[in-house]
Design a protein around this ligand. Structure first.
Ligand code: MN
Length: 133
């Protein structure tokens, strides 16, 4: 059966902070009532964020496919459609698709002042394929 995506693909995310093809479709902008932004991020197979932190944490809601969430120094956690990840503040982590399949998640990212993310180094191929073995 053919399936339809819930949200459009959106626009490509920066090569500076993502490896592979990743796209953002914004859902909710920060405003007077919401001290967060929300969006849908689509990762093609093998795509992932750089290592990064959020000053006030982040929630991921996986709506399609399979991927990984990993905190620095910990075993990578496989994530799949229906999983929810509650990421604490200032924890170094990455998230992305598996090597063989795409993954789509909604992000809800809280702000501290005008910041909601601090980008760090790329997740190397060695780091990525270690979790995909
Ligand atoms: Mn994150």
């Amino acid at each position: 059966m053919e399936t339809r995506e819930i949200f459009p693909l959106g626009e490509p995310l920066s090569k500076h902070w993502f490896i592979g093809k990743a796209y953002l479709y914004p859902l909710v902008a920060r405003d007077n009532n919401n001290c967060f932004s929300a969006g849908t991020v689509t990762f093609e197979p093998g795509a992932r964020t750089n290592w990064h932190t959020h000053p006030k944490g982040q929630v991921l809601i996986v709506i399609e496919g399979n991927g990984f969430y990993q905190e620095q120094g910990k075993i990578a956690q496989p994530i799949k459609k229906g999983d929810v990840v509650n990421i604490p503040e200032n924890v170094i982590h990455w998230h992305g698709a598996s090597a063989l399949g795409k993954m789509v998640h909604i992000t809800i990212t809280n702000y501290s002042g005008d910041e909601n993310v601090t980008w760090l180094n790329p997740v190397t191929d060695e780091e990525f394929y270690e979790v995909n073995q």
